[in-house]
Each structure stands twice: as C-alpha cells, then as structure tokens.
Design a protein around this ligand. Sequence first.
Ligand SMILES: [Fe+2]
Length: 345
Amino acid sequence: MATNTFARGLLLGAAAFGALAGSGVSASAEEVLNIYTTREPGLIKPVLDEFTKETGVKVNTIFINNGLEERIRTEGENSPADVIITVDIGRLAAAKDYGVTQAVKSEALEKVIPAAFRDPEGHWFGIALRGRVVYASKERVKQDKISYEELADPKWKGKVCIRSGQHLYNISLIAAMIAHKGEAKAEEWLKGVKANLAKKPSGGDREQAKDILAGVCDIAVGNTYYVSLMLNGKDAEQKKWGEAINVILPTFEGGGTHVNVSGLALAKHAPNKANAQKFMEYMVSDESQRIHADANSEYPVKAGIKIHPTIASFGELKADTIPIAEIAKHRKKASELVDKVGFDQ
Ligand SMILES: [Fe+2]
C-alpha cells in the first residue's frame, strides 16, 4: 500500500504532492496515511501524533483552506487523499455531493456516533460537536434562557449582532429552523431577526463578542468553541471580548440546541484504505476523543468523555435531535431565504 502511494506521488509530481508535510511520501517501506483537511494544523496535530505513536502509521497532512473537494476531484483516481477532515455539515455534505467520498461500514463508528451525527449512507462521520449559541452581554442581559425563535422578538430591536447570513454556520442554523418550522415560518423568523440587527452582518463570530463589549449590541450568535479560544488564547484583546459575554445555550421551541459537527470522510480513491479505516476508528477511541475535543474546545461526540472546562461551564448541552443530514437538505433553501429577506443588506 505504501509503495502504491509512492507511485502516485511520483505520478503527481512535486507540484501536487510537495505540499504534504513530512517526508513519509518517499519512504516506500512505511505505512502511511494521507489526510486532506481544512482545519488549522495546530488543532489536529496532537491527535495525529498520538495515532502515529500507537499504530506506527505515518500521517502526511495537507491543509487546504478552500476548494478541498475540487482538488480531490481534479486529482481523480490518482488522488493520494485517504481521509478528509473538515468542519460543518455544509462541507461534509459538499464532499459527498462532489463524489469524492466513499461509504464506510464500521460497527465501531456506528456504535459510538449517534445516528443524528453521521451520514446514513456512511459517507461522513461527526467526531466532535459545536453548538451555535447566544453570546449575551454580562452587563446588559439578565436572562439565562433563550429560544432561537426569541431572536426575532421585537424586544431585541437594534440589539442583535451576527456574521453574514450566508456563512455556512448560519446557513446550517437557518436550515435547522426550516427543518423545525417549515419554510414560511423560517422566512418570517429570519425577517424578524434582520429587523433586530444592530448593524449590517459582518466579521466572524469573535467580532460579535467584540461588538458586545463595545456596546454595539447586547446579544449575538456564535459558536461555542470561539468563546474558549478567546478566553484561553494568547490575545489580550480577545480575552476581554470573551469576558464581556455569557453563553446561553438556546433551544428551538420543542427542540434542543443547534449543533454542527467536525467530521471525517473516506476519500473515494483512498490508496491506503485499511490505514484510513484504522484512523477513522481510532478517532472514536476514548483517548482520541478527549485529546481532539480538548484541543478544539469542541464537545466529544462520544458519550462520557470529559468536556473542556470552559465549554462545560456553559451548562449541559441538550443537542437538537433532528439528524444533521436532514438539516443539510434545507441548506439551499436557507441560502435563498437569506437573499430573499436581504439579510446581509
Ligand atoms: Fe469556526
């Protein structure tokens, strides 16, 4: 298998393969695994190192911020990609839709990962969860409960901040609203949220906390892990943004908190398929779940694994039970609604 990889590397040449970190590509006697990922190097390195230590399989990682699916499709049958690691159902579903993944049948994965957080056909698996939650001003917001529906309540007029409605995190949230309430009600809701905005959607999730500190808005929508990154990171300014907010875990009326996944897929032409499956199954072991979720401040997908203390301090997560593969079906409509209500205008 490793020889096979070597041959592919030669075929592809330095331009395509040279970007792979490490030198495992030329060591044909080694067991290797090639990972294509959109995730920041530091976030997945700890768990990759541990995998290599345990199995002896050398991991080559290539980081591709944009166009991961296109790249694998262009490489075609000669693609060295074994495993794809990325975030958000939007990207995982995109990889499947692009035809660059293949189904995995694994009892180990199916036993650990609740059905709501993996593809029913086995093309992708969630390994960690993130909540899309409410950041609330510690100073100005006294309530400690909120529903997503309430974000459209006129009581918040001029007090809500959020990044672009077209960002994939918001598309998934709006798609979840469609899954819960249907298209017409979701549109009404989105109009209501827009009417409450303090400013035109801009920035990332962290900038919404910054705006709360600055008094621009009282509540904002953001992902759970950013709060931990702000509070525990090295940036003194961001620490202040994080300290200005409380996290409220919102729920849908009659549902739970909207969560999304970071996850894995087996590449369609994986040259090191056995190592890929070994890796995917390793990613749901107790040890890797703890290391990975801790490094990323995400919720482990496996029950009973210790949660990062900052994330645990938000209270108990009651994840919404609509399968995210179901939510993903409404993403296109969600994007159309964002344009229709002029959310970003
Ligand atoms: Fe993010």
